[in-house]
Design a protein around this ligand. Structure first.
Ligand code: PLP
Length: 374
């Protein structure tokens, strides 16, 4: 099998699995317990929080553990909205459904939203946000990198040139696809909230975190015990928290090496596809792109059929994002960057990892050649 769907999920790193194992049946105490066995686990959980904070230039008390990216996005928007009670949110038309559907719901509750439009590369320019800011805008949310076309957004420029902090506007980013793949520093970027998901960076599924700058929000979404500084109740998912911190640590240790290797292979693969298959086009931009993302328009070919055919040859790829690939609707991201419905249905995403080899890429090209028969 050749797995080229790492934006959908990644395998748990062997060292992550090893780090997690004791927390199931050896170091299993509830970290809230009042005895030494539990205090040791509390220390491990807090150490995990510090590790994650360190990767972002944040303080440990600004990191809250969640169940993943969807929860982080929901928390950011709903908490900011409930804190204010009314007003206006700005986001973009290329966000993940975790953000778009949350915004739609919040709109149904009487809030207002506007979506800034991405350009043909998937970039939302700072002035597109500026034009939408109103007196009662309380949040701007822009993803750090797009899950379908890998475009990296100019977060720093959006924050600075729009004076978001001075205006008292909370700046949130969905960094689910970016975290662990590119450097992110919350102070440098000027973001107040950032959501991430462990399974996208070789941690376990169903775990994530949100960075919330001190004094940014007051509203908790999950009520109950006093876990997560009283902001997110429920016994901690200890094994996954430990695993996520280990995965974060490994990511930071290997980020440069992986980035170089993946970028080189990505460019090789893009070059081979574009040269071999007539009329193919790379969606997004080569310059501001995640190192492992390739999204190709294959004229006259149905993306879902191509993914099924590749599957028969043992290649895992994706038409649209994993969350929407079962739906027959053309991707809203591809449409947002200017593709027609029909063109958007003719695209396939390949997302590589550090273990992908040039031989894998060559096999993919041969397989595509057999299927497409140009
Ligand atoms: N945001 C983006 C950009 C994503 O790509 C995803 C998942 O693919 C999510 C949010 C949802 O994350 P999770 O699966 O952890 O809920």
């Amino acid at each position: 099998m050749i797995y080229m769907d790492n934006a959908a999920t990644t395998p748990v790193h062997p060292k992550v699995l090893e780090a997690m194992m004791p927390y199931f049946n050896v170091r299993y105490a509830n970290p809230s317990g009042n005895y030494e066995f539990a205090r040791k686990i509390r220390k491990d959980v807090e150490n995990a929080r510090s590790i994650i904070a360190g990767t972002l230039g944040a303080r440990p008390e600004e990191i809250y553990f969640t169940s993943g990216g969807t929860e982080g996005d929901n928390w950011a928007v709903k908490a900011a909205a409930f804190d204010r009670g009314h007003g206006h949110i700005i986001s973009t038309n290329v966000e993940h459904k975790a953000m778009l559907n949350t915004l739609e719901w919040i709109e149904s509750q009487g809030f207002e939203k506007d979506l800034a439009e991405a350009d043909g590369s998937g970039i939302v320019a700072p002035d597109k946000i500026r034009r939408l800011i109103k007196n009662d805008t309380f949040m701007v949310s822009v993803m750090a990198a797009n899950n379908e076309i890998g475009t990296i957004m100019p977060l720093k420029d959006i924050a600075r040139s729009n004076n978001l902090r001075k205006r008292g506007i909370i700046f949130h980013t969905d960094a689910v696809q970016a975290y662990g793949h590119i450097y992110l520093n919350v102070n440098d970027l000027g973001v107040d909230m950032l959501s991430a998901s462990a399974h996208k960076f070789r941690g376990p599924k169903g775990a994530g975190f949100i960075y919330i700058r001190r004094d940014t929000i007051e509203t908790s979404l999950i009520h109950g015990g006093s876990q997560e500084m009283g902001m997110r109740a429920g016994t901690e998912n200890v094994a996954s928290i430990i695993g996520m911190a280990k995965a974060a640590q490994i990511c930071m240790e290997t980020i440069n090496e992986r980035r170089m290797k993946e970028t080189q292979l990505r460019n090789y693969m893009i070059d081979r596809i574009l040269r071999t298959f007539k009329g193919t086009v790379l969606n997004g931009t080569l310059d501001n792109r995640l190192p492992n993302n390739i999204n190709i328009y294959f004229p006259g070919i149905n993306g879902y059929s191509l993914v099924s055919a590749l599957d028969r040859f043992g290649v895992c790829a994706s038409a649209g994002s994993a969350c929407s690939s079962a739906s027959s609707k053309p991707s809203h991201v591809l449409k947002a960057i200017g593709l027609t419905d029909q063109q958007a249905r003719s695209c396939v995403r390949f997302t590589l990892c550090e273990d992908t080899t040039a031989q894998d890429v060559d096999y993919l090209i041969e397989t595509l050649y057999k299927i497409i028969k140009v």
